[in-house]
Design a protein around this ligand. Structure first.
Ligand code: MTE
Length: 307
């Protein structure tokens, strides 16, 4: 199993999966995600009981929904197709090539890339550009810890991730629905924000194939399409890279993709969202409710232009 627990969480505090499914999660807007520190499930329940900070309560999405209602076009464009078509996808062994503006370009075995880094429990609201949302308990390493390990050069201004490109193993790549391989990127300061993680698990288990095993990006203040799955390559570059959805349709999908209820998608409103499992729509929050933590990254930028 790829998930390793940080040494400093006693096993008595590791919550079992049934608790993940039943517990109400407290997902704050006021720094309650304990930036830079380990947020043990026990800490989550404690925050939930006090309910401080004026933040809203969110139910964790049932695991069944999070693992059967997916976007992963490499395994089909239907929401139920990835779970079915990725069933036999092999993710061991797995390597990640690192190139570009970095001290030592090389290919890492996934175990070495992650080796000894702290694995955090992070329950995040996730908002898809298609105006639905979920609340997912992730396990993963902070992207900034990986970046430190890789030692990019000062000239590196952006990080670019690539999904595996292998139409024999990813049947959706036999169609031209997207330009393959899937690529996503972040500015270096975004990538170094402690909320950004590379997930290796969810609901206390190894990441299911349909959710991007064995390694996927999770950036909770951005639309879901930034969360690139099954990463095999990381490049450090000095120019804003062309990312898959911007390449496919730049009028509809920008590089930044920050959740922004004030900027509609050209074909639908982004003001509200349907939380999977709920009937009434919720208002979408700027930066998906993480403004307090991340808005300063975009100070002075026209977010209508940089969408
Ligand atoms: N990554 C790859 N490689 N291919 C994809 O099609 N879809 C994106 C993102 N990452 C996608 C991807 C989109 S549009 C969303 S909303 C999220 O994955 C969905 O993640 P989930 O299925 O775990 O909820």
């Amino acid at each position: 199993m790829l998930i390793r627990r940080p040494d400093d969480i006693p096993s008595s505090e590791i919550t079992g999966e049934s608790l993940y499914q039943n517990r109400r999660a407290f997902i704050g807007t006021a720094g309650t995600l304990a930036l830079g520190s380990v947020l043990a499930p026990a800490a989550l329940s404690a925050l939930s009981a006090t309910g401080r900070g004026g933040a809203q309560k969110d139910d964790i999405t049932p695991e069944k929904d999070a693992t059967t209602y997916n976007n992963f076009y490499e395994f089909g464009t239907g929401k139920d197709e990835p779970a079915e078509n990725a069933k036999d996808f092999k993710t061991k062994p797995w390597t990640v090539a690192v190139d570009g503006m970095v001290k030592n370009p090389r290919t890492w075995a996934l175990e070495d890339l992650l080796g000894k880094l702290t694995v955090y429990d992070r329950t995040y609201r996730m908002r898809c550009v298609e105006a639905w949302s979920m609340v997912i308990p992730w396990q993963g390493v902070q992207l900034k810890d990986i970046i430190n390990r890789l030692e990019p050069l000062p000239s590196a201004k952006y990080i670019l991730f690539h999904t595996l490109h292998d139409p024999r193993r990813m049947p959706g790549q036999r169609s031209g629905v997207l330009p393959w391989p899937y690529k996503e990127g972040l500015r270096m300061d975004e990538a170094n924000h402690p909320l950004a993680i590379l997930a290796t698990g969810m609901y206390g288990k190894s990441l299911p194939n349909q959710n991007g095993a064995p390694l996927r990006l999770v950036v909770p203040w951005k639309y879901g399409f930034k969360g690139i799955k099954s990463i095999v390559k990381i490049s450090f570059v000095d120019r804003q890279p062309l990312t898959t959805w911007a390449d496919a349709n730049s009028a509809e999908y920008g590089f930044y993709a920050n959740v922004n209820p004030a900027v509609d998608h050209p074909r639908w409103s982004q003001a509200k969202e349907r939380r999977i499992g709920e009937f009434l729509k919720r208002n979408t929050l700027p930066f998906n409710g993480y403004s307090e933590q991340v808005a300063s990254l975009y100070a002075g930028m026209d977010l209508r232009k940089f969408y």
